[in-house]
Ligand binder design. Structure first.
Ligand code: BGC
Length: 709
């Protein structure tokens, strides 16, 4: 029986049931026709397995001893700039899925960070579309290679949590494509996710779940996406309109799906053929992923008994080789790669026994670390698996150094007495390590942060410590930029630890003591203030992205605005020298030319380290409005002391293009492009140029000095 024959045998009710969930995180299985049920789970940095109990609400459960593995969240992974590491994390989460009997993982998220206040920024990789798209693709590859389906989300322009289910995003098409859609385009084309999840908001006046232009014309036809489209949970307003627009699976369970669709047919919104079209994608998808391997053909996977056997045997073989300790080690390695050293004045780090005898650790987060954010991405991890920075610091300090701990909390103790205590301790310390974090549940889905700064209490305590102690290191356990107070200049070292997952404790200790040389670079600009020109949080009805594509460093760079730390910034305990940039070809009469950029990078210090080399492209004399520069390639290179490596980048013609909505194409202007090899968006080390001059460029004569032929 082929898929058409199978669909023809299904009655209307069964078809309707297949087009929606069977529960919160399950799809409808129809044994009579060999259509399996799938189990879904969030999310981006580990598993959240929900089970419905009779008479009870959904409960988070876990099969794995030690709990599901909690990896660093996406904003941390984004700062690793390491495709391979992100791919490995994806693969590891897929292994957890197999252990938990989950076939579809609801991640990754590649939305852009329009405001640092968005409560879900910790779930997204970066403010840069290229970095997000590349890492999203790597994650997808890692998961899907293990036979688990991914869901790239939230498509599109879901850039704030407040009013996410109500607002209409208004933005010009060029900015939409170049900034907000680009990470999706890269991840879809490169990673080939099994599914894409639509966003809650409206785009251009139409709910993303009903936006035919977005789902069919762009995603399917233009980008060639071949998977299924799933709605975000409760994002569907009209089941018929959503089906018509291209949504295949409407989540979670809609009890009234059949009557809704019948009504839709009666009103002429859809025909039964629209249901069949979605089922033609959905049924093979269920079969493919239930079997946990590539869909070799409907004939083989159709029988329920056979599918069940396949599933059991995969589960068993996985169980034999599944090693939670290995997963934990990977979580640690990922945390290590993500930690970003922002400041190290006078090289006070790393901590060495000959420099410091007494270490005072301040802040409860040293003992009770914030390892992830709140909402649907919460991982079912057991406390015993979570490494505490304090214990790890003590273990490395050993007998050589004394480690004293002051939690600074509970808040009940605050006041003059507490201030005195802090002063006393800070005075005695050779070095203070202050752990800061956002208050519980401020970095979470569904709401945005109300302020950019840490809480006053936390800032006040850190201000006191940095004013008194000889040497202070501030360690920030946050998933997004959180602004400092006056301690920013007094703290000699500042580390962005991110939300580091269960292995973050030992990772931060290793970085502090120099057992690992930090190699993270900021995946988002660390700002001191919130921009006042943004239409945010809006009136709850419509929001106008009038800043267009000028978000993050695209805005700060172009407008020469000061920031706390720029995009791409991150220090190391060693130094790197860049040399010999070459661009090939330097001149081309072809607008679709691939350009090879090569350069050398050398570790000029005394310890091994890794450098993230960033390649930006700019065009100063552009006829259209452009950011000063945009990231178009990057590579992370590990180098021993004195070692030099050649880094080669391949820039496709798209790296030089902008989207012209009138021509409806990605257009490469003739003229000169600046190519910049950089250690951060503000630290350009080498410059080169590339000139394009193509005969048929309809925009080439529009400059002032042009002769019209
Ligand atoms: C979130 C999605 C998540 C889904 C299922 C929604 O509220 O926006 O990211 O995958 O719930 O938990």
């Amino acid at each position: 029986m082929n898929i058409e024959e199978l669909i023809n045998k299904l009655d209307f009710d069964t078809k309707a049931r297949l087009l929606t969930g069977a529960g919160a995180l399950t799809t409808y299985g129809c044994e009579a026709f060999g259509i399996p049920e799938l189990h879904l789970s969030d999310g981006p940095h580990g598993i959240r397995r929900l089970i419905k109990h009779p008479n009870k609400a959904y409960e988070q459960v876990c099969n794995i001893k030690g709990g599901d593995v909690c990896f660093p969240t996406a904003s941390a992974l984004g700062s690793s700039w390491n495709r391979d590491m992100v791919k490995q994390v994806g693969r590891a989460i897929a292994l957890d899925c197999k252990e938990e009997g989950i076939e579809m993982l609801l991640s990754p998220g590649v939305n852009m960070k329009r405001t640092p206040l968005c409560g879900r920024n910790f779930e997204y990789y970066s403010e840069d579309p290229y970095l997000s798209g590349e890492l999203g693709a790597a994650f997808i590859e890692g998961v899907e290679e293990e036979g688990i389906a991914t869901s790239l989300k939230h498509f599109a322009a879901n850039n704030q949590e407040i009013w996410r289910s109500f607002i209409n995003v208004e933005i010009d098409e060029r900015s939409l494509r170049e900034y907000y859609l680009r990470p999706f385009e890269i991840a879809v084309k490169k990673g080939k996710p099994a599914s894409v999840m639509c966003a809650y908001n409206k785009l251009g006046g139409i709910w993303c779940s009903e936006n035919k232009w977005l789902l069919e014309d762009l995603l399917r036809k233009e980008w060639g996406f071949e998977g299924i489209i799933v709605s975000d949970w409760y994002a569907v307003h009209s089941p018929s309109k959503a089906l018509f627009a291209g949504i295949d699976l409407q989540m979670p369970k809609n009890e009234h799906m059949a009557s809704h669709l019948q009504e839709g047919i009666k009103r002429g919104i859809i025909t039964e053929k629209d249901m069949d079209r979605a089922l033609k994608r959905l049924i093979p998808f269920f079969m493919k992923y239930q079997a946990g391997e590539s869909c070799s053909g409907l004939e083989e996977t159709r029988q329920p008994a056979q599918s069940e056997t396949i599933k059991i045997s995969i589960g068993q073989s996985m169980r034999n080789c599944y090693d939670r300790n290995e997963q934990h080690e990977l979580a640690k390695a990922a945390a290590l790669e993500s930690i970003t050293l922002l400041k190290n004045h006078g090289d006070i780090l790393p901590i060495q026994a000959n420099k410091y005898k007494k270490i005072v650790v301040f802040g409860i987060f040293a003992n009770e670390p914030v390892i992830m954010g709140g909402g649907s991405s919460k991982v079912t991890v057991e406390e015993a698996s979570v490494e505490k920075p304090l214990n790890c610091i003590k273990a490395i300090a050993g007998e050589d150094m004394e480690v004293i701990y002051e939690p600074l909390y509970p808040l009940a103790l605050k006041g003059l007495a507490m201030d005195r205590k802090i002063e006393e301790m800070a005075k005695e310390a050779d070095i203070s390590l202050v752990f800061m974090a956002n208050e519980e549940e401020t970095e979470t889905e569904g709401i945005d942060r109300k302020r950019l700064a840490f809480s006053d209490y936390m800032n006040d305590a850190t201000d006191i410590i940095t004013a008194i102690c000889r040497h202070t290191v501030v360690i920030m356990q946050t998933g997004a930029c959180t602004a400092p107070s006056s301690w920013k200049d007094r703290a000699e070292a500042i580390i962005q630890m991110w939300l580091g997952g269960e292995g973050g404790g030992s990772a931060i200790a290793k970085v502090l003591f120099g057992l690992y040389n930090p190699s993270g670079k900021l995946s988002e600009t660390f700002v001191l203030n919130i921009r006042e020109d943004l239409d945010y949080p809006s009136d709850g009805v419509k929001i106008w992205y009038k800043e267009g594509m000028f978000s993050g460093y695209r805005y700060y760079d172009t407008n020469n605005q000061d920031v706390w730390y720029p995009f791409g910034h991150g220090l190391s305990y060693t130094t790197f020298e860049y040399s010999q940039l070459s661009v090939t070809p330097e001149y081309s009469e072809d607008n679709k030319q691939t350009v090879i950029v090569s350069l050398k990078v050398k570790n000029t210090g005394t310890v091994a380290g890794s450098e993230v080399v960033q390649l930006y492209v700019g065009k100063q004399d552009s006829i259209v409005l452009r950011p000063l520069k945009t990231l178009e390639a990057f590579e992370k290179a590990g180098l021993l002391p004195g070692e030099e490596k050649e880094i080669k980048f391949e820039l496709s013609w798209r790296a030089f293009s902008y989207y012209n909505p009138y021509l409806k194409e990605w257009h490469v202007e003739s003229g000169e492009y600046q190519i910049m090899a950089a250690a951060s968006s503000a630290d350009i080390r080498l410059k080169g140029k590339y000139i394009v001059n193509w005969e048929k460029d309809y925009t080439r004569y529009s400059d002032r000095s042009a002769i019209i032929l």
